[in-house]
Design a protein around this ligand. Structure first.
Ligand code: HEC
Length: 171
């Protein structure tokens, strides 16, 4: 198999292969596939949570500092591409028109540390990436706030004793 650049591509390839393989022998083959893709309203949600949990493994995949790109990749699965939020398997607050985004601190804290059903992203995002996402959700998604995120603000909310992903000492 050729080397695939992203998990997304790998999944697509896998699904396509699975489909083609299963076609002539349905339903026997389809039945025998234990990890058949599940149909979910927001498949990205599970992937993102897994990714956030995976930490360093994903670090190299997300080197971009474009806030909108990062939002669409990491956040839109739950909060929706336009920030309208969703109610389904869980409850995902709308970020569009959200007064809690007037100041960067709150969003910055949540991106780094997560909260309840929202995973934490701090362990695989750089300070600059967290700022970029914060700025995007403050000024974009129909929010007209003046972005006021900064590196110091990110550093201030990072856990004092972060898990060392390089040595995987938490394993
Ligand atoms: C797996 C789903 C999921 C993902 C992915 C996710 N969030 Fe959330 N987010 C939530 C949930 C659930 C809450 C509500 C948390 C709570 O109950 O306190 C939330 C809350 C928030 C809030 C607070 C809203 C408010 O008014 O209190 C902000 C801001 C936010 N998320 C931004 C982001 C950003 C930015 C990203 C991407 C880096 C992101 N979220 C990714 C599920 C998610």
């Amino acid at each position: 198999m050729t080397k695939l650049s992203t998990g997304e591509a790998m999944k697509t390839t896998y699904l396509t292969a699975l489909l083609i393989a299963a076609l002539p022998a349905l339903p026997v083959l389809a039945q025998s596939t234990s990890d058949a893709p599940e149909v979910e309203p927001r498949p990205q949600e599970a992937e993102i949570t897994e990714m956030a949990d995976g930490g360093a493994a994903w670090q190299s995949e997300y080197t971009g500092t474009d806030g909108e790109d990062l939002y669409q990749t990491l956040c839109a699965g739950c909060h929706m591409p336009d920030g309208s939020g969703a109610v389904g398997a869980g409850e995902y607050p709308a970020l569009s028109g959200n007064p809690n985004l007037e100041f960067a601190g709150y969003a910055t804290y949540l991106i780094v540390n997560g909260q309840q059903a929202m995973p934490s992203f701090g362990h695989f995002l750089s300070d600059a990436q967290v700022v970029a996402i914060t700025d995007f959700i403050q000024s974009g998604l129909g929010n007209g706030y003046e972005p006021d995120g900064d590196i110091e603000g990110v550093a201030a909310v990072r856990p004092l004793d972060p898990v060392d992903q390089d040595t995987e000492e938490h394993e």
